[in-house]
Design a protein around this ligand. Structure first.
Ligand code: MLC
Ligand code: AMP
Length: 505
């Protein structure tokens, strides 16, 4: 099997129809997808790479970026997408850890990315711009437009997605062809993809939501995607009337509701709005329904498991819940003693099924720790089922902030802050934010007399880590509150931060 074959078997009969329309008015047909992915697959194949070669990609969104993903799968290699916000220290870690045979980066980043890659032993570095420029396409242009898709076993790797670790550094979640194929098929049926569907795609292509959930649905349905390079509420309002399906993170819905031209007429053709990656506030759900007449379908997933729970397409979509376990996916909520919770009782969410990943890249002990003896994956999310079987996520046992759909691990940010001159120690917490849902905030204990300001902390961090991880606020305190065990009381800090924000508002 190969995931690409599954998609190709569902491409429309007439392959001259449009598969991807870009914001700058280009049309890619299904033939284009097939031929261009063949060219890139041939290029990769001719590099004589090992069978399990990782192809690490940090490029801006474009139709070619999606085609590169498909080409990698087609050639039987392992796709490793990286957030374009990552800076040198983050990239160095991923490349060093994953040891990719090929790195593809934006032309403007070639200098520093290629240096990191070559120093880590990567042999091939290509560039790919969002305007059809770069060495990847130049080299691929010389290749054949036909390629015999490489056969892979269901359990072979198709992708590695790095997810930051609560302790230590990021872990690479290994996803197989079976994981991705099974989830794509289940969601295709569950969300009733149908002839004539058009997906308005405004999500980034380097995470589960945009790369798998959204694109796979359209590919499997032979549906056109309207590709926007990034979310822009005005452009969404402009393009939505031509779409039937839209998927977004809660911030997208919050921003749409703030857009004056957004109303029921903009959504006249849409049959499905999906939200995920972060909690959707009931207020947003209600206001959206009132403004447009549409009930947002909220679902829940993660890099290690792709999608596991979803509100139903036909049945009741309940605000504040993420819905029911997907077909073939077994989800349970358990107490500290491992026994299943009753309805209404809060516990740890665990999952088992064909969607659950193979393990963390080169971390067998960590992988073993995250699975129960009977094979369930511990999600690190805390929740409860109601009497009707709907799951609500009420918290996380992992120390994680989700800001605008991006995960930020406080420990990672604290380690960068603690390295700064003049800092004794720090604690990073998530605080409510009207746009991003949660925002990163830092509380710092300075050395006596150290001339460190909020602006300096933010500026130093911006030069080192991805922008979305940089605290939006920094507060200085004399000491961090700790409990009797010596653990920093982050809830106290969150309250303090909110009280200060309210005072200064
Ligand atoms: C951008 N910024 C963010 C941010 N995104 N800060 C915190 N959190 C974020 N998510 C920074 C910018 O760098 C900028 O910093 C400032 O905030 C304002 O930026 P903006 O122009 O308003 O942001 P924009 O570029 O419009 O991006 C916002 C966004 C984007 C919501 C469109 O973050 C986004 O696409 N989020 C989706 C993430 C996603 O796909 N998640 C899926 C993960 S998969 P400065 O300093 O320059 O002012 C997953 C599994 C699952 O979780 O279940 O799906
Ligand atoms: P990631 O590691 O980026 O894949 O993020 C996965 C995490 O996002 C999950 O473990 C949840 O904590 C969170 N998440 C995803 N979807 C939802 C949702 N609908 N509601 C609340 N949290 C969500």
């Amino acid at each position: 099997m190969n995931l690409y074959d599954l998609f190709a078997s569902r491409f429309p009969e007439d392959r001259t129809t449009c598969a991807i329309e870009t914001h700058d008015g280009l049309y890619y047909t299904w033939n284009d997808i097939e031929r261009a992915s063949a060219k890139i697959a041939n290029l990769l194949h001719n590099l004589d790479l090992p069978d399990d070669a990782r192809i690490a990609v940090q490029v801006e969104k474009s139709a070619e970026a999606l085609i590169l993903y498909l080409a990698t799968i087609r050639a039987g290699y392992v796709y490793l997408p990286l957030n374009t916000a990552y800076r040198a220290a983050e990239m160095a870690y991923f490349i060093h850890d994953a040891e990719p045979s090929v790195v593809v980066c934006s032309p403007q980043n070639f200098g520093w990315v290629s240096q990191i890659a070559f120093m880590s032993g990567t042999r091939h570095v290509f560039t790919l711009g969002d305007d059809r420029t770069g060495s990847l396409l130049v080299r691929a242009a010389l290749q054949s437009t036909s390629f015999h898709t490489v056969d892979r076993k269901p359990d072979d790797l198709a992708a590695i997605l790095y997810t930051s670790g609560t302790t230590g550094r990021s872990k690479g979640a290994m996803l197989t062809h079976r994981n991705l194929a099974s989830n794509a098929m289940v969601l295709h049926d569950y969300w009733r993809w149908q002839p004539g569907d058009v997906l308005l795609h405004a999500l980034p292509l380097f995470h589960v939501h945009g790369l798998f959930v959204a694109s796979h649905g359209a590919l499997l349905n032979g549906s056109k995607m309207i590709f926007l390079p990034k979310f822009d509420a005005k452009e969404i309002v402009r393009d939505l009337p031509r779409a039937t399906v839209f998927m977004g993170v809660p911030t997208h819905y919050v921003r749409l509701l703030s857009e004056p031209g957004f109303d029921a007429s903009a959504c006249a053709n849409v049959r499905l709005f999906v939200s995920g990656s972060a909690p959707l506030l009931t207020d947003t759900f209600d206001e959206f329904k009132e403004r447009t007449g549409h009930t947002i379908l909220e679902r829940y997933g993660m890099s290690e498991t792709t999608m596991l729970v979803s509100n139903p397409y036909d049945g009741e979509r309940v605000a504040g819940t993420v819905g029911l376990p997907l077909p073939d996916v077994s989800v349970r909520v358990v107490r500290g003693d491992g026994l299943p919770c009753d309805a209404g009782e809060i516990g740890d969410i665990q999952v088992k099924g064909p969607n659950v990943f193979k393990g963390y890249w080169r971390m067998p002990e960590k992988t073993a720790e995250e699975f129960t003896p009977d094979g369930y994956f511990r999600t690190g999310d805390v929740g409860k089922f109601d009497e009707k079987g709907y799951l609500s996520i009420v918290g996380r046992s992992k120390d994680l902030i989700i800001s605008g759909g991006y995960n930020v691990y406080p420990k990672e940010i604290e380690s960068f802050i603690d390295e700064m001159d003049g800092v004794v120690e720090s604690a990073v917490v998530g605080v409510p934010h009207p746009d991003f849902g949660e925002a990163v905030a830092a509380v710092i204990v300075k050395k006596p007399g150290a001339p460190l300001s909020e602006e300096q902390v933010i500026a130093q961090l911006k030069s080192r880590i991805a922008n979305f991880k940089v605290p939006k606020r920094v507060m200085f305190v004399d000491e961090l509150p700790r409990n009797t065990m010596g653990k920093v009381q982050k809830n106290v800090l969150r309250e303090k931060m909110q009280a200060t924000a309210a005072e200064t508002a």
